[in-house]
Design a protein around this ligand. Structure first.
Ligand code: ALG
Ligand code: ZN
Ligand code: ZN
Length: 322
């Protein structure tokens, strides 16, 4: 569709049961059905970069399944995201599970192609390795971007078993490559044991600020969102959400769970507090459904992607109205 046509929205769940048919994100049309999208939801079934439990290759489809219950109007942001802009499901980027370097290149090339059409990306992982090629692609378009990284972990470690591209190292690589705006980098939800105190020193040198999960509990979501918003300003922003930022009670289905995390309510509220930021693309990663129960994790991830999509759709509609 061209940008002034009415967006095609989700299948009407009052006419066709929401559990019928193959899953797309939020029962939206596929990208090939609408031709182009303002926001492309795309899966990356890749988990060859994990250091512990595998299984995030199944995350994207688990999130799509759980997203059947999403509805078209988002009261928390007073917006109907799928009416404001064309959001469509771009399917999966099929990557080589036996060659991490090649997979990283494939993700970057596929992201280049989608971003080249003018779409913003809402990527569903996959493990956190994929944030690196996604950031490379976004930086080619926007220059170095501000990063909000929701995660229990720093993911700024150097190597695992000598490997540079893993789910624990994407943000160190991104800083080394100069694709992040080092004035506006924050980890949110950080907690848990580290390899040594040096991990924190290194991370700080790279330019990251840290809002721990205990900070969120003590200060509250609104205050945290205000602080993050001030740091980001009007820079182009990328949000990367490792679902293990949530407490294992809220996200058991993940590869490297850590006790003492934020609630899904806190995560969603912080995101809503960032609605005015210039969100250029986002990912939700590390959903590993084999360790999930009752879709707890994939439901949380689907709502997380819904809030992010709403932020992007609102901004696209606002820009169009100007
Ligand atoms: N879940 C992500 N992205 N990273 C976890 C790396 C933790 C570790 O192996 O020490
Ligand atoms: Zn993590
Ligand atoms: Zn991570």
């Amino acid at each position: 569709m061209s940008s002034n046509e009415t967006p095609r929205g989700p299948v009407d769940s009052s006419r066709i049961p929401r559990y019928a048919g193959p899953a797309t994100f939020a029962r939206l049309p596929r990208l090939d059905e609408v031709g182009r999208a303002d926001v492309a939801v795309v899966g990356v079934p890749f988990d060859s970069g994990v250091s512990y439990r595998p299984g995030a290759r199944f995350g994207g489809n688990a999130i799509r399944e759980a997203s059947r219950l999403l509805r078209p109007y988002n009261p928390a942001q007073d917006a109907s995201p799928f009416a404001l802009a064309q959001v469509a499901d771009g399917g999966d980027i099929a990557v080589n599970p036996f060659n991490i370097n090649e997979a990283v290149e494939t993700v970057e090339a596929a992201a280049d192609e989608l971003l080249g059409t003018g779409a913003r990306l809402m990527t569903l992982g996959g493990d956190h390795t994929i944030a690196l090629p996604l950031l490379r692609s976004v930086a080619k378009k926007h220059g170095p971007v501000a990063l909000l990284h929701f995660d229990a972990h720093l993911d700024t470690w150097d190597t695992y078993f000598g490997a540079e591209y893993t789910h624990g190292t994407p943000f160190r690589r991104a800083v080394e490559e100069g694709i992040l705006d080092t004035e506006a980098l924050s980890h949110v939800g950080t907690r848990g044991p580290l390899y040594g105190k040096q991990d924190l020193t290194d991370d700080e040198k790279m330019g990251f600020g840290i809002v721990t999960s205990a900070d969120i509990y003590r200060r509250g979501a609104d205050e945290v969102a205000d602080q993050l918003r001030q740091r980001i300003g009007d820079r182009p922003l990328y949000i990367s959400i490792d679902i293990d930022c949530l407490d294992p009670a809220h996200a058991p289905g993940t590869g490297t769970p850590e006790a003492g995390g934020m609630t899904s309510r806190e995560l969603l509220e912080i995101l809503r507090g960032l609605a005015s930021c210039n969100l250029v693309s986002a990912d939700v990663v590390e959903v590993a459904p084999a360790y999930d129960h009752a879709e707890i994790t994939s439901v949380a991830a689907s709502h997380t992607a819904y809030e992010l999509t709403t932020i992007m759709s609102r901004q696209i509609a606002e820009a169009r109205a100007k």
